[in-house]
Design a protein around this ligand. Sequence first.
Ligand code: F6P
Length: 485
Amino acid sequence: MSPENAPLVLVSNRGPVTYEDDGTVKRGTGGLVTALTGLASHRDAVWIASALTDGDAERAREAGGKPIEVTSPAGGTYSVKLVASDPAAYDRFYNIFANPMLWFIQHYLWDLSNAPDIRRHEVEAFEWGYNVVNEDLADAVVEQIDGVDDPVVMIHDYHLYTLPGLVRKARPDAFLHHFVHIPWTQPDAWRVLPTRIRNDLYEGLLANDIIGFHTRSYRWNFLQCCRDLLEGYEVDFDAGIVRTPDGREVWIRHYPLPIDWNATRNVASSPRVSEFEGQLLRRRRDHLILRVDRADLSKNVLRGFSAFDLFLEQHPEFSERVTFMAQLMPSRTDVPEYAEYLERIEALVAVVNHRHGTPDWMPIHLKLRDDLEEAMASYKHYDVLMVNAMFDGMNLVAKEGPVVNERNGVSILSENTGAHEELGEFALSVNPFDIQETADSIHAALTMDAAERARRADGLRAIITQRDPGDWIDWQLEDIRKKRA
Ligand code: F6P
C-alpha cells in the first residue's frame, strides 16, 4: 500500500482536543496542533496523544485504549486515542525534562554560565518521567499498528525522542517519520545533558527513517550534532543522511510549515471576531503595535517592551498616538521559570506604563489569555506586528497576521525565527537581542510610506499563500514513498 493510502498513525504529546473537567471539549493549542489538524481530519488517521487533563484521563479510561471520534470546536472530526500516564511520571516528563530541560537546550536559553545543575532530580525526570511517557505512547502506537502491513507512524516534537527506538524494536518494519517543531541547536548547547541521557535521546531519535525540521539551518545543526556528539554514526552532509551502527540510513530533511491561510481567513470573518473588532476600533489610537505569543522565555517579550520603552523615550511625538497590544497566553505555569517570567512581564509593563502613560493613555495593553478570535480581530488592524523571538522553530504568528491584516501592517521579524528564512525579505529584520535596533524598527515601521508598506505586505501575503499544510504533508509523504522504494 502506498503511504498516501495507508492508514496513518500520528503521535504527539498534545492532541487536537482536551476535555475540561465538566466534559466540554477545547481545541488543542499551538503550532503542532495547527499543522496536523487538516491531515488528521481529512484522511484515515488515528492521532495518539497524552491525556493532559483529568477530563482527558477519564475519557481514556472510558475508551479502554480504543480511539474515540471527537469533533473539535475549531472544526474537524478526529479519531483520537488518549493515553493517560502515571500523573507523577507525567509531571516529571512535562515540567522538568521536556520543559524546561529540552526546550531550553533547543532555544539556547541556557549557556554554560547559567546551565542547570544536574542532580538525581533531573536524571530521574528523564528515567522516571520522560521515558515512562514515551513508553506509554510507544505501547499505544504498537497496539494501534498491530496487524497492519507497512504501517507509517508520524511522530511529533521534542517530547518523544525516545519513542521511535521503542517502536522500532517492536516493529522493525514500521516506517517512522519524526518532525521536530522547534529549533535544533548546535552541538555545544547539548553538552549540558549527561552523556548517557544525550546518547539515549539521539539513539531513540535515530531509530526513525526520516527526521524533519522547519529549516535548513536546524537540519544542518542536527547533522553536526550527530558528527560531534555520537560515536559509531556516519554523517553525510551533502546527502543529508546519518548511517547508524546497525547499517540503517536516516534521512535528515527540512519541510517549512505553511499555515492554513484559508482557514485563518475564515476565522477572521466570524461574527465573534467582528464583536472584538468593534471594541478595538472604538479605543484605537493612530497606531497599533501587536504581539501574540505564548508567555514563553524564547519569545523575548521583555526585550520587545524595552524596545517600545526606548522608542517612546526617543520619539516623544508618538506619545498618546500609539498602543502596544500584547496578547499573551500563560503557558507551562507549573514550571518555575515560566511563572517567574510572567511576573517579570507584568512588572515591566507596569514600569513602562507608569513612565510614559498619561491620564488618557496607557501605552501597553497586556491581555493574558488564549482567545483565537480576539487575536484575529487585532491581527486585522495592526500597523506593526512584533515577532522578536530569541529563537523560534517557525513562528506561525508571523504567517497568520499578514494574511488577515487590512492595513498593510509591517512585520518586525527576528532573524532567529524559522519564518525568517521565508519571509525575511519583506519584513524589517531584527537581531532580537538588539533593543536599539528593535526600537528603530518600530519607528521605521510607523513612519514608512504607504507604497513601501503595500509592497512589503503584498510580498508577505504572496509567499504565505503559496502553500498550505496539505502541501507540507505531501512533501513528507513523497519522501516516505521515495525512501521506501
Ligand atoms: O512545536 C512547539 C510546540 O509543541 C507547539 O505546538 C507550540 O508552540 C508549543 O510547543 C506548545 O507547547 P505546550 O504543548 O507545552 O503548550
